[in-house]
Design a protein around this ligand. Structure first.
Ligand code: NAP
Length: 497
């Protein structure tokens, strides 16, 4: 039986790795999700055969767990809007961290529960053998150090260390991800919990480490409980000062930490699927965190600690001049008579759900022999791959979608660059204005196109709060309105030609 269980875990781990590999391209991502899902089903179902999980109560608990969690995930997955996806990722990620910490908690509780029994069993044997009272035998054993039971003694030093580390990382990832969810969902605005937040963070971190070490040596439930509470508190204190714009980076970091915690706990309970899957998630999450930070021109430490220092610098004076606008119809006609058009989608396209109308427009333009391409900035939208997913959903072929590095040179040869719901990722201040808070962030050079059309509802700033000089450019025309309505106006105009 053990062979079946262990080989099923291995098979599940292989499916996780293949699934993750397939997820690296939008072309194969759907297949990747399926593979990883099948791996997860195998890993979950094989639990029923695990030698340590026999008995009706355990089976019932597993079934209830699968039914409740699976039901909730199915329900929430079906109704979540594309714009709420980052919150959902934060929530699911938090659950992963929480589950890893819970495994550590259960292992520690199990260790604590067996300790006094061991001592009493030894005392009983000694009392019988030596013909002394049970109390005297217990006292003698304690004097020899047998009473100094510890989690490390019960679990083994290596397992205890990993279980404790996994518990700390898992609890931090759990509570931190819940704060990230609350912030992204607009339920939490505050950036500080106490006046001296940075000192509080250091103190809580130090206490968590001290109680982690104490947990290693303890036989006291109270120490373990305080250790877990400190981990949860640390997650909250770390996440609260982080600004909304940085939240996706932090979620990715928590995701990497969750992977690590799962791998550690996999070692603690001897589960190869958890070790492999956790390591893969940890590595992938770390790489993604670095990529996102690079695309925003931030260091991870800056993302983590910027909110703790003096408040962020004020935005520069902002661009001067005047915005000029055109109607959706005129903009559509301008595109219809162009040779080369590049479309740059951003977060606003997701809000407007304009991707289908945009694709309809592109097909009409292609019928008129206009060459159309899509340009995607790595942090356009609110999570990596956000725009790729929307365009894929609308049926845009992958070979029309280009990454920033591949297409940036082409803007200078583009007749019309169409920006729909993007703002920060096309702000020339990031390239030209050293005093700008977003200076250094790589951008799509749309301002180099002969004509620029910017579709958005008003003239306001993007996610970073920095005003956009592009909107005041000589070659820029604003097309004010909801993205979907404007795209529809453009479609009608091109159809009418
Ligand atoms: P953005 O800077 O957030 O700007 C989006 C624009 O869309 C807004 O200026 C808004 O202007 C417009 N908009 C909103 N609803 C609209 C609607 N219904 N129709 C038309 N326009 C609409 O978006 P972005 O250029 O995609 O930049 C992404 C930002 O998120 C960057 O600052 C990036 O650093 C940050 N971020 C992204 C990630 C990631 O992984 N993708 C991670 C972390 C941070 P109006 O209100 O005037 O319409």
């Amino acid at each position: 039986m053990n062979f079946i269980v262990q080989s099923s875990y291995l098979l599940a781990a292989i499916l996780f790795i293949l699934g993750l590999k397939a997820m690296s391209s939008p072309r194969t991502a759907r297949k990747g999700i399926m593979w990883a899902g099948v791996g997860m089903v195998i890993a979950t179902l094989v639990t029923f055969l695990h030698p340590a999980v026999q008995g009706f109560t355990n089976y019932l608990l597993i079934i209830i767990g699968i039914a409740v969690a699976g039901g909730l995930a199915w329900w929430s997955g079906r109704r979540v809007a594309m714009t709420e996806m980052p919150q959902m990722v934060a929530l699911y990620n938090g659950m992963g961290g929480g589950a890893a910490a819970a495994i550590a908690g259960v292992e520690m509780l199990r260790a604590l529960r067996t300790m006094p029994n061991d001592l009493m069993a030894q005392a009983q044997t000694l009392a019988t053998d030596a013909g002394i009272s049970l109390a005297a035998a217990e006292a003698a054993l304690r004097a020899e150090g047998a009473g100094n039971a510890s989690i490390a003694g019960a679990l083994g030093a290596d397992v205890a260390i990993l279980a404790i580390l996994g518990a700390l990382i898992g609890t931090v990832a759990f509570s931190g991800s819940l704060i990230a969810w609350a912030k992204l969902d607009g339920r939490m605005k505050r950036n500080r919990l106490v006046p001296a937040q940075s000192i509080a963070n250091v103190v809580i971190f130090a206490l968590a480490i001290i109680f982690g070490i104490m947990t290693f040596y303890t036989d006291s439930l109270a120490v373990v409980v305080i250790f877990f509470a400190l981990g949860l508190l640390l997650g909250v204190f770390v996440a609260v000062p982080i600004g909304g714009a940085d939240m996706p980076v932090i979620i990715s970091l928590f995701n990497a930490l969750t992977g690590l915690a799962v791998a550690f706990e996999g070692y603690a309970i001897g589960n190869p699927a958890m070790i492999i899957a956790g390591t893969v998630v940890g590595a992938a999450g770390t790489l993604l965190t670095q990529l996102m930070a690079k695309a925003m021109n931030r260091s991870i430490s800056n993302v983590l600690f910027a909110g703790l220092g003096s408040q962020t610098q004020a935005a520069s004076d902002g661009p001067g001049g005047e915005m000029r606008d055109v109607s959706a119809e005129d903009a559509g006609i301008m595109m219809a008579y162009a040779e080369r058009v590049v479309i740059v989608p951003g977060y606003g396209m997701a809000v407007a759900q304009a991707q289908h109308k945009i694709w309809e427009l592109v097909e009409l333009l292609q019928d008129r022999d206009v060459e159309v391409k899509f340009a995607i900035h790595p942090v356009a939208g609110r999570m990596p791959g956000h725009m790729n997913v929307l365009l894929a959903e609308a049926g845009v072929p992958y070979d029309m979608i280009h990454d920033m590095e591949d297409i940036n040179e082409e803007f200078a040869m583009t007749d019309v660059a169409v920006v729909i719901g993007a703002n920060d990722v096309v702000n020339p201040a990031a390239r030209d204005d050293e005093s700008s808070p977003i200076y250094g962030m790589p951008i799509l050079n749309v301002d180099e196109a002969e004509n620029v059309l910017v579709i958005k509802r008003g003239g306001g700033a993007g996610f970073s709060g920095v005003e956009n000089a592009l909107f005041f450019g000589e070659n820029t025309r604003m097309v004010f309105g909801d993205g979907q309505k404007v795209a529809n106006g453009m479609v009608q105009a091109v159809k009418g030609l």
